[in-house]
Design a protein around this ligand. Structure first.
Ligand code: ADP
Ligand code: MG
Length: 340
C-alpha cells in the first residue's frame, strides 16, 4: 500500500459529499423545494419523470438568483443564508450548509433559468458533472427553475443502487406531501410523467391543505391543537381514534417550519395515544412546533431531518400532555383516566 497522503480535488470532494445529501431523487426534490421556500416563493411546481432518474424540474416564483451569482450558487459552501456560525443559531431559513446545489450538480446534468427583479434579462446556465458548460441570457419571469437530468450519469455504481422508478416516485411523493402540509401558504403543483398528482390551494389554511394532500376522510377526523408554554408553541391537528396507520409515516412534525423526524417527539405522540389506539397502530398527526432558534441545533445531520432540543425533556412532556389533553377534550379519553 502507498501511504502518500492526497488532498482531494474539488470535484472528488463534491461527489463524496453528494453521497450524504443526494442519496436518491427524493433528496434532490427536498433540497430544491427547500431552496424555493427560502427564496420566498408563493408558487412551486415540481415535475418528475421516471422516478426523478430522468428528470426533476422545480420551478418557483421566488427572488431568483442575480445573474453574476448563478455560478457561485453551485460552488461548495456557497450560501446566501448565513455568514458565520452565530447565524446558525438565529436561523430563519431551511438551508444554511451551501452544499446541496454543488452536490447535486456534481452527479447530474443541470439547467438553471433564473431572474431577479433587478435583472433585465434572466440567465440560463448549463452544468454537467459540476462544470459550467454554457451561460446565456434568456427572457423569463422572476423566479428560478432548476432542471436536474440524468442523475448519477457519472457515478454508475450509485445509479445502479437506485430503486425502480415507481419506488423512487413513492419516496418523492412522500416528501412532497410532507413539505406541502408544512407550508399551507404556498401553492404547490406536483406533476409525475406529465400527469398532475397534486395541487394545494396555498390559502394559508392547514386543514384545506391536509384535505388536498390526504383527502376528506383524514381532514374530517382531526382534532385541533393550539397551545404554548414558556418555551414552545404547538399548533396543528391530531387524528381521532378512527384514523391510524401501522407505521409512523403519517406523523408530520415541523420545527420552525422544517419537516423533521425526531424520535423524541414521535415517542411523545405514541405515549399520548397509548390508551386509545389498537396495539402497534400509530396516530396520524400534523404538528407545528415553534421554538426559539437559539434553543435548537439543526446542524446534526447533512439531510437536516434531525433537530436537537436544549429542553428535550420539557418538550417530550409538553407534547405528550397537550395531545392527551386535546384527546380528553374531544371525549376520546374518559376524564377519569386523566393521569399523566
Ligand atoms: P443553501 O440552501 O444551504 O444556502 P444550496 O446549495 O441549496 O445551499 O443553494 C446555494 C445558494 O443558491 C442559496 O444560498 C441561494 O442563495 C441560491 N439559491 C438556490 N436555489 C435558489 C432558488 N430556488 N431561488 C433563489 N436562490 C436560490
Ligand atoms: Mg439549499
Amino acid at each position: 500500500m502507498n501511504f502518500k497522503i492526497n488532498i482531494l480535488d474539488e470535484n472528488t470532494i463534491n461527489k463524496i459529499a453528494a453521497g450524504e445529501v443526494v442519496e436518491r431523487p427524493s433528496s434532490i426534490v427536498k433540497e430544491l423545494i427547500e431552496n424555493s421556500i427560502d427564496a420566498a416563493a408563493s408558487r412551486i411546481t415540481i415535475e418528475i419523470e421516471d422516478g426523478g432518474k430522468k428528470l426533476i424540474r422545480v420551478t418557483d416564483n421566488g427572488t431568483g438568483i442575480d445573474s453574476h451569482e448563478v455560478e457561485k450558487a453551485f460552488q461548495r459552501h456557497a450560501t446566501s443564508k448565513i455568514l458565520n456560525i452565530d447565524d446558525l443559531y438565529n436561523l430563519n431559513s431551511l438551508g444554511f450548509r451551501g452544499e446541496a446545489l454543488a452536490s447535486i450538480a456534481s452527479v447530474s446534468e443541470i439547467e438553471v433559468i433564473t431572474k431577479t427583479e433587478n435583472d433585465k434579462f434572466g440567465t440560463k446556465l448549463y452544468l454537467s458533472g459540476g462544470s459550467v458548460i454554457k451561460k446565456e441570457p434568456i427572457g423569463c419571469s422572476i423566479g428560478t427553475t432548476i432542471i436536474v437530468k440524468n442523475l448519477f450519469f457519472n457515478t454508475p455504481a450509485r445509479r445502479k443502487f437506485l430503486k425502480p422508478s415507481n419506488a423512487e416516485t413513492l419516496s418523492i411523493t412522500d416528501i412532497i406531501n410532507k413539505i406541502c402540509v408544512g407550508n399551507p401558504n404556498i401553492k404547490f403543483k406536483y406533476v409525475n410523467n406529465n400527469k398532475i398528482m397534486l395541487t394545494t390551494p396555498g390559502d394559508d389554511n392547514l386543514k384545506n391543505t391536509i384535505r388536498s394532500v390526504y383527502g376528506k376522510n383524514i381532514a374530517d377526523n382531526l382534532i385541533s391543537i393550539s397551545t404554548q408554554n414558556n418555551y414552545f408553541k404547538i399548533y396543528g391537528f391530531v387524528g381521532n381514534n378512527s384514523i391510524y396507520r401501522s407505521n409512523k409515516s403519517m406523523q408530520h412534525i415541523y420545527v420552525n417550519g422544517r419537516y423533521v423526524k425526531t424520535t423524541l417527539i414521535l415517542d411523545a405522540i405514541s405515549d399520548a395515544y397509548k390508551s386509545i389506539l389498537p396495539v402497534n397502530k400509530h396516530a396520524i398527526c400534523f404538528l407545528n412546533i415553534q421554538v426559539d432558534p437559539k434553543s435548537i441545533d439543526v446542524n446534526i445531520h447533512p439531510t437536516k431531518l434531525e433537530v436537537k432540543f436544549e429542553n428535550e425533556n420539557e418538550l417530550y412532556k409538553f407534547i405528550k400532555q397537550e395531545i392527551y389533553a386535546s384527546l380528553i377534550h374531544s371525549s376520546l379519553i374518559p376524564k377519569f383516566e386523566e393521569h399523566i
